[in-house]
Design a protein around this ligand. Structure first.
Ligand code: 8DG
Ligand code: MN
Ligand code: MN
Length: 402
């Protein structure tokens, strides 16, 4: 289904969900320079600042013409969020082809170390700054801190079995159904694993390998449970030629049966893939929380497994490397919201939630679409239906790169 033509004209609109945002835009160089400043603010913990840049970048990604001095004056400077500071950066770029602050940021030791640390899966800006403040600067410093030898495998199969058992025990429920994480009972292997495997996990994944990963996963799943359906989401679905991981949303074709067949399947699939040597590490495994429209603190409450995965060698492809694989299980009634939620981009998602809340009195998240005043829940049967209920023109996934 092609993107509603109106959204291409809609570059002035406030919400990213009203605009077309291609993967590569006519002002990509400018967007890239601004992204350095956004990332720098994010690494420094200046969330509001980072978000302001992210919004400006989103607006630029939807602008269909090359920005010149003239079009800056007539169009860009009138857009929301292009006041003083951002405007002056854009002007600098128009005049010189780069943004001086972005260039000095790239060469600063602090930015380099923080972005290096935060490039390791499991290390966020806060931890990265702590390490920097402790005097750490390099990957070698991190390896010493975590006691990880370069290229180490980290865990013997027996240790991993133990880990999987502890994972089983990790998700506990209080009588009111609230999930509690027993902190400290499970050793957090995320950073050490990501550190040891960074050379492999850093390598981008081509589209055909993402598809191969999905095919292998779904073949194994069919042995456990016939009738499951899946969509590859994330950057792959937005058209990226290379992805940093594979994201797959899974459900069941039967709306009724799925309600009982899907819960618990994530963990069972994980265990099977692990036994077969396909999943080598489980970074995070989380279970169902009963859905409650009034909960606000959750990012989402689907069953998911964030894993490290390695395809088996085949004659055409004798060398395989570790890849990040995210599996997300949704009940059939949550499937389309989950597909939209995990397709991204992050900016698109943020504005989808904001649009639903501020313009429609609804709540959107990956689990459900709900009307706020009476918590009536919609049960969309397609992705298009979600857009329709939200009163939004259809935007193809490849135009959701805000
Ligand atoms: P890439 O770097 O993987 O190639 O790009 P991506 O696919 O866009 O990034 P991602 O980190 O794999 O995230 C995919 C989408 O899923 C992204 O839009 C954000 C969203 N997402 C998470 N975590 C969660 C989560 O816990 N809940 C929900 N609903 N969405 C999430 O990354
Ligand atoms: Mn991804
Ligand atoms: Mn992911």
């Amino acid at each position: 289904r092609p993107t509603d033509p109106s959204v291409f004209q809609n570059w002035r609109a406030r919400y990213a969900v009203q605009r077309a945002s291609p993967l590569v835009c006519p002002n990509q160089g400018l967007a890239n320079e601004l992204s350095i400043l956004r990332r720098a603010r994010e690494l420094e913990g200046l969330e509001k600042n980072a978000l302001a840049y992210e919004r400006a970048i989103g607006m630029i990604k939807s602008y269909p013409h090359r920005i010149t001095r003239e079009s800056f004056k007539s169009d860009i400077s009138k857009l929301p969020g292009f006041g003083g500071k951002t405007a002056s950066k854009v002007l600098e770029y128009i005049e010189t082809g780069s943004i001086p602050e972005a260039q000095t940021t790239l060469t600063s030791e602090r930015y380099q170390s923080l972005s290096l640390f935060a490039s390791i899966y499991g290390i966020g800006p806060t931890k990265a700054r702590q390490f920097y403040d402790m005097g750490m600067r390099s990957i070698e410093d991190l390896e010493r801190y975590y006691d990880v030898a370069p290229g180490a495998t980290l865990k013997t199969p027996a240790e991993l079995d133990e880990f999987m058992r502890e994972m089983e025990a990790e998700v506990a429920f209080t009588p009111n159904g609230k999930r509690v994480r027993r902190e400290g009972t499970v050793p957090d292997i995320t950073v050490p694993v990501a550190l040891a495997l960074r050379g492999e996990l850093d390598a981008p994944i081509p589209r055909d390998e993402v598809e191969e990963m999905r095919d292998v996963v779904m073949r194994e799943l069919a042995e456990l449970q016939p009738g499951c359906v899946s969509t590859i989401v994330g950057g792959y679905r937005r058209g990226k030629p290379m992805s940093n991981d594979a994201d797959i949303v899974i459900s069941h074709e039967d709306w009724e049966k799925g309600k009982t067949l899907i819960p618990g399947l994530c963990k069972r699939l994980c265990a099977r893939l692990y036994q077969k040597g396909l999943v080598t590490h489980v970074m995070h495994l989380s279970g169902f929380h009963g859905y409650n429209a009034l909960r606000t603190e959750h990012w989402d409450s689907l069953e998911k497994a964030l894993t490290v995965f390695k395809l088996k060698p085949i004659p055409e492809n004798p060398v395989r490397i570790h890849r990040r694989l995210d599996l997300i299980f949704a009940l059939p009634e949550s499937y389309w919201t989950a597909v939209i939620g995990w397709t991204g981009s992050k900016m698109f998602q943020r504005d989808l939630r904001l649009w639903a809340k501020q313009e429609k009195g609804m709540k959107f998240d990956s689990v459900a679409l709900t009307r706020r005043h009476d918590t009536r829940r919609f049960l969309p049967k397609s992705e298009k239906e979600v857009f329709d209920i939200l009163g939004l023109p259809w935007i193809d996934p490849t135009m959701r790169n805000a």
